[in-house]
Design a protein around this ligand. Sequence first.
Ligand code: COA
Length: 155
Amino acid sequence: MTLKIRIAHPSDLPALASLHSVCFDEQWSASGLGQLLAHPGTSGLVAEDAGVRGFVLVRVAADEAEILSLAVHPLWRRQGLGRELLGAAARLASHQGGRILILEVAAANFAARQLYDRLGFQQAGLRRAYYEPGEKGDAFILKRPLPLAPTRETG
Ligand SMILES: CC(C)(COP(=O)(O)OP(=O)(O)OC[C@H]1O[C@@H](n2cnc3c(N)ncnc32)[C@H](O)[C@@H]1OP(=O)(O)O)[C@@H](O)C(=O)NCCC(=O)NCCS
């Protein structure tokens, strides 16, 4: 079955909550995710074949778009899914008027930082000890203009 990226439906919420719990320490319930997605300007995209393999949540407010969450199941990582999901979220945000894309990433999250670096995100801020005490708990605020320029990765 071919993997496709599509808009998330309410029926996806249990699968998204389950995937979130595999990918993050913090648990997000299906109802909590539903409330998040009900917020104006918020969209979810899922990568799916026989099941949900990854998802991204993006919120657009005026010309600013924010990635609220991005996750790929551990068994499906390093196959370009994270990059594809982010690219799809960026396109959606652009179509909705977003001109800048921002997100937050933990200093200790090497994989995500590599991904964002390759997509041209730049540091716009730092929240010290945001996730936990010490440098590893720092959070970087990253941003880049939209649309994503075609690159080796996205084009
Ligand atoms: C971050 C995450 C979404 C990346 O998803 P992914 O599908 O594995 O990413 P991709 O395959 O699209 O990787 C694209 C590029 O990012 C970089 N990258 C991704 N994972 C990496 C890793 N573990 N180590 C080094 N570089 C990595 C590489 O440059 C990679 O390109 P390459 O495979 O050609 O070298 C995934 O690791 C994940 O879900 N992590 C847990 C949740 C999380 O941290 N989300 C982000 C919160 S800010």
